[in-house]
Design a protein around this ligand. Structure first.
Ligand SMILES: C[S@@+](CC[C@H](N)C(=O)[O-])C[C@H]1O[C@@H](n2cnc3c(N)ncnc32)[C@H](O)[C@@H]1O
Length: 409
């Protein structure tokens, strides 16, 4: 089945439109009709009803066309795009000079895959993670409103650094997610703003940047852990890290049910966030090889910072990977994997990431290796583990959570 398509070429070169998909019988015919075929990443997800773009993308592109914000000459303008989920904006504007800024490995891979699938060149696109931003000035800055307010605050300060005197800034979000507090934050951090009318349930925020409001980038948030298995450990969290203000209650339960490990065990902390699970194991057994994996760059950087600060002597035994699950990790290379899986991708609730994680664990574990996970009781992870591993044991449970273990036989 052909994915839904967008038309970036209509009207003044940019109006997006959902294509009459039934009329198209292949990706090739979509291309010939100048439509973009955009897939979520990883492609071929079971839930095909989830689109790779939303009305915020469409509203931004429509507004850019209506206000003729792109240069009419052949010289491309410089556009910085924050939080482009699967590359809908970058693919549509790939003939301009683009800086793609994202905390998400999956979004970055999704954008690259969509560019390739639509035969678009990425030579005009610079891919940046959420922290290491090149501060070259942009003519236009497009922002998809992120879910976490602290991360939005951080990005508003990053935006200052990309602004010249005439830079235009437009932020898009679901109308229901743009509150008075959102606008207050924009005004406090960046400058005066005004909102558009809602269109297809999305709204735009136009910002008049005030250079005097530029301040230091917000520092990471740090708190002290108060649990038995992790005493005197300071946990630092960059702005976009899961449960950045306090220990997640699921992680807290998992910390009480970590396995005993012998020296030399090769361990993975999958979806590591700030690295609490891996660090707790390191506190029990210092002679480990530990790999921390997350798709959030800020998570991986937080885990690294936390290990270096709290376990400096073990930090050479630890490696940190920005990755999608355990993609391309060598088969049979780990003996134990700890995981507190996510149950949403961006705004969409889904269990496909957990499922992918479990499949990858099976590949990456050595024979006799164990995956130990925590999940909400109703998520039914034991069924998935049993299907893959042929076994699944309940280590412990309470009213809300269950800790499960499966062994690769
Ligand atoms: C429920 S949080 C657990 C964080 C931490 N381990 C804890 O227990 O507090 C799930 C983590 O999985 C990460 N994640 C989401 N999708 C991922 C993917 N495709 N590959 C790797 N990590 C992913 C999220 O960024 C998040 O840090």
């Amino acid at each position: 089945m052909l994915s839904p398509c967008l038309n970036p070429q209509k009207a003044d070169g940019l109006l997006l439109e959902q294509a009459p998909v039934e009329a198209l019988d292949s990706t090739d015919s979509a291309r010939q009709a100048d439509l973009l075929v955009l897939e979520r990443y990883p492609p071929a997800q079971v839930n095909r009803s989830l689109q790779a773009w939303d009305s915020g993308d469409e509203y931004l592109l429509k507004t850019i066309a209506e206000q003729s914000l792109l240069s009419s000459s052949a010289t491309p303008i410089k556009i910085a795009i924050f939080n482009d989920n699967f590359g809908a904006l970058s693919c549509s504007l790939s003939h301009q000079k683009i800086t793609f800024i994202s905390d998400s490995y999956v979004a970055t891979k999704g954008c690259k895959a969509n560019l390739a699938n639509n035969l678009l060149s990425d030579e005009n696109i610079e891919f940046c993670n959420s922290i290491e931003l090149d501060e070259e000035k942009a003519d236009l800055i497009l922002v998809k409103l992120p879910k976490i307010k602290a991360y939005f605050h951080y990005q508003l300060q990053q935006i200052h650094r990309l602004c010249g005197d005439n830079t235009k800034i437009i932020i898009a979000g679901k109308a229901k997610d743009i509150h008075t507090s959102t606008l207050t934050l924009v005004e406090q951090q960046l400058g005066e703003c005004k909102t558009s009318i809602a269109w297809k349930k999305s709204r735009l925020i136009f910002v008049n940047r005030n250079a005097k409001k530029q301040t230091e980038l917000p520092a990471h948030k740090e708190w002290q852990l108060d649990v038995e298995n992790l005493n005197n450990v300071a946990v630092g969290n960059h702005a976009n890290v899961f449960s950045r203000d306090s220990l997640d209650i699921g992680a807290r339960f998992m910390l009480d049910h970590l396995p005993k490990v012998k020296a030399g065990t090769r361990v993975g902390d999958l979806g590591c966030g700030n690295g609490v699970l891996g660090m707790a194991l390191l506190q029990k057994q210092s002679d480990l090889t530990l790999h921390f994996f997350d798709e959030s760059f800020m998570a991986v950087q937080s885990a690294k910072m936390n290990v270096e600060k709290n376990f400096p002597e073990q930090s050479s035994q630890c490696q940190f990977h920005w990755n999608d699950c355990l993609n391309d990790v060598e088969a049979a290379s780990l003996d134990l994997i700890l995981c507190n899986p996510p149950f949403h991708q961006q705004q969409a609730v889904t269990d496909h990431i957990a499922w992918q994680m479990f499949q990858d664990c099976y590949q990456v574990l050595d024979t006799g290796g164990e995956v130990r996970i925590i999940g909400n009781r109703q998520l039914g992870y034991h069924i998935k583990l049993k299907r893959l591993f042929g076994n699944a044991r309940i280590v412990s449970s309470n009213k809300k959570f269950v800790v499960l273990s499966a062994v690769k036989l």
